[in-house]
Design a binder for this molecule. Structure first.
Ligand code: KG4
Ligand code: ZN
Length: 330
């Protein structure tokens, strides 16, 4: 055929995901099996359970992705799999399957950085011009990037402690809200007002690093000192503090680099309060802000396949002996 079909496989955390993407931009199938309900009783992801569930789910999901669109595995041109960062045991499930398919069918294999894939999810829906500033806000990461091209992504800053999503999850837990906390807090915040002054942890103004653990502690202290606190107000105030911090740093990066384009991705990018604030600023400041639709903000394999296409084009083919990378050195 005159086009390229990339199979994406993603198992870095608690979502088992398989996708088929055509020419790096068009989603053919995109299936995500979320383990959230399984981990909810534990208040967070249990690594061993995640790995076991990936093993059970990945092959049926792959079959479904192919069957749904009447595609044979032999019609796949490239296999792209998340190499990291993430839980090692979970990553290894996807990597083993990807290697097995690539070996059996004699197809090229590409290894993908999950965070870079988040940033490239936008190309499944829109076409931002390079270079742009990228903000990836997920459960494990809060990173700012300068993206010069698909394969030229430079990290500008990161969180020095908790990730933004992690802070949402931990504060939700303090408030007795279900895991994952982002959605729970967003929902409750709609009923409250952001009238509690929590800190905006911007750290040093001269860098692009984040820190959210102090904010989390400030919320814990507030709850201790105000036994009859209003849950919805705490949720709204905490959310506002996170959003203000993310927006300030991202806009600072945009201005410093004289780049009027910002791409926001990762699970927290699904947050409506963050989206609204960034859109308001974009109108005022003449910055174009790009968000993937919420389903492409959270973990999926279409983004892995999308970036995989560009790795393949650049002949970045992985050897069969590559390993999972739990954390990348900065
Ligand atoms: O990108 P993602 O699906 O998985 C990781 O790679 O970590 O992000 C998951 C994180 C969780 O911490 C979750 O609480 C947060 O994204 N999240 C949200 C929202 N939806 C998911 N945070 C704030 N508002 C949301 N609507
Ligand atoms: Zn993710």
């Amino acid at each position: 055929h005159g086009f390229m079909l990339v199979l994406g496989i993603e198992t870095s955390c608690d979502e088992t995901a398989v996708a088929i993407v055509k020419d790096g931009t068009k989603i053919v199938s995109n299936l995500v099996y979320s383990q959230v309900a399984i981990h909810r009783p534990y208040g967070g992801v249990v690594p061993e359970i995640a790995s076991r569930k990936h093993i059970e789910t990945i092959l049926p999901l792959l079959e479904q992705a192919l069957h749904q669109k009447n595609i044979k595995l032999s019609e796949i041109d490239v296999i792209a799999v998340t190499q990291g960062p993430g839980l090692v045991g979970a990553l290894l499930v996807g990597i083993c399957i990807a290697k097995a398919i690539a070996f059996a069918l004699n197809k090229p294999l590409v290894a993908i950085n999950h965070l870079e894939a988040h940033l490239m999810a936008i190309f499944l829906e829109q076409k931002p011009l390079f270079p742009f500033i990228g903000l990836v806000v997920s459960g494990g990461h809060t990173n700012l990037y300068l993206a010069k091209d698909f394969l030229e992504i430079k990290q500008l800053g990161q969180t020095l402690d908790d990730a933004a999503g992690e802070a949402f999850d931990k504060v939700a837990h303090m408030l007795g809200l279900p895991y994952p906390g982002g959605i729970s807090i967003e929902k409750l915040a709609k009923e409250g007002s952001p009238n509690i002054k929590f800190p905006r942890p911007l750290l040093n103004k001269n860098n692009y690093h984040f820190s959210f653990s102090g904010l989390k502690t400030a919320v814990a202290n507030y709850l201790r000192h105000h036994p009859s606190f209003c849950k919805a107000d705490v949720a709204a105030s905490f959310q506002q503090a996170v959003v203000d911090t993310l927006v300030t740093k991202a806009v600072q990066a945009v201005k410093d680099h004289l780049l009027p384009r910002l791409v926001v991705a990762g699970g927290v990018a699904a947050n409506q309060c963050l989206r609204k604030k960034l859109l308001a600023i974009s109108q005022k400041e003449d910055i174009k802000v790009y968000f993937p639709s919420p389903a492409l903000c959270t973990d999926n394999a279409a983004m892995v396949a999308a970036l995989g296409y560009h790795h393949f084009k650049a002949h970045n083919i992985a050897d069969f002996d590559f390993d999972a990378i739990s954390r990348y050195p900065v």
